[in-house]
Design a protein around this ligand. Structure first.
Ligand code: ZN
Length: 326
């Protein structure tokens, strides 16, 4: 009930409220910044209950980017830590925008919005659809559910587990995420059989990646297979850090210097593997601000609000103001 009342209030008053509070925070000498994580952007706003990776509505996304360029300093990911460490009293707080996964909407929708706003962003790509359509298991699962397979239907029908009914698409997703790479491959193939071949527009081709890069966007790595990295043995982990990387580097002519860990899963062994594979920064999905002492291979990211630009404004401010846990 409170949420029903609060959300419209936040939508209306969030930005004016943030605009009142933000100058006080800016007047502090706090050395802090934020990285944001987006996935897809679509004209129609997604549904967090029903969708595994709901898109941000393009109008909401544009309003959030506008807010960032007006109130903050949008920096490339490789300058986030140094911008945080150099920040002085009165200066805008640095914010880096990132996207995970290879999606056509990055080229068609996100890029024009970012370009129009004069903002840069980092796109963490797997490179799995450079020359042909490709969808990952969670996209196939979403299509299965969208075309009428109710999530509570026996999970066997989806080739997931042994018949225990899973309550929601999110439960099924978590189950698939925990599988071994071979099991997950089988499940993904079973899902593909159920929903048919990958749609022609799925993924992001080389020309889309070139278009992002030509407009000054950063390209980072998200691993070719998107396996949760902590579950891999040392050999597979080392392979995940390199497989498909050169193909992406050949498109932009630049080294991929940053990685976003698939599903945000990382531990100290994975972070060390990223470092020895030559990456300079690694991004998680932990909701943490970036401080001068942050581990460059364990940089947190905030998932922007799906509700309103007002809610987003307060969300960013709240994370910047939060006391740091040691
Ligand atoms: Zn991903």
């Amino acid at each position: 009930m409170l949420r029903l009342v609060l959300q419209p209030v936040l939508a209306l008053a969030g930005r004016p409220l943030a605009a009142l509070v933000e100058p006080f925070l800016r007047y502090s000498s706090r050395q802090v910044g934020i990285a944001l994580i987006y996935h897809s952007v679509d004209p129609a706003q997604g549904d967090v209950e029903r969708e595994l990776v709901p898109p941000h509505g393009s109008a909401l996304f544009a309003a959030q980017v506008r807010h960032l360029t007006r109130r903050y300093r949008v920096v490339p990911t490789d300058r986030l830590l140094t911008s945080v460490a150099k920040r002085k009293r009165g200066e805008r707080f640095p914010v880096a925008i990132t996207f995970d996964d290879d999606l056509r909407c990055h080229q068609d929708i996100a890029l024009p919005v970012l370009d129009h706003a004069g903002a840069t962003a980092m796109f963490f790509l797997s490179g799995s659809s450079i020359d042909k359509p490709f969808t990952f298991w969670w996209e196939r699962l979403q299509r299965a559910v969208d075309t009428g397979v109710h999530p509570s239907e026996s999970s066997t029908a989806l080739g997931v587990g042994s018949g225990e009914a899973l309550a929601s698409i999110h439960d099924i997703g978590k189950t698939i995420e925990r599988m071994s790479p071979a099991e997950r491959d089988r499940t993904s193939a079973a899902l593909a059989e159920r929903v048919g071949s990958d749609p022609p527009e799925s993924g992001l081709r080389a020309e889309g990646i070139r278009a992002l890069h030509a407009k000054g966007m950063g390209i980072g790595f998200h691993t070719l297979r998107h396996d949760p990295l902590p579950s891999l043995d040392d050999e597979s982990l080392a392979l995940a850090m390199t497989a498909g990387r050169e193909e992406l580097e050949a498109i932009t002519g630049e080294k991929l210097r940053a990685i976003a860990y698939p599903h945000g899963h990382v531990d100290s062994r994975v972070a060390a593997a990223a470092q020895s594979a030559g990456f300079e920064h690694g991004f998680t999905t932990r909701v943490e601000a970036v401080h001068p002492g942050s581990d460059p291979f364990l940089l947190g990211r905030l998932s922007p609000s799906y509700r309103s630009a007002g809610h987003f404004a307060l969300q960013v401010l709240g994370l910047l103001a939060r006391r740091r846990h040691q």
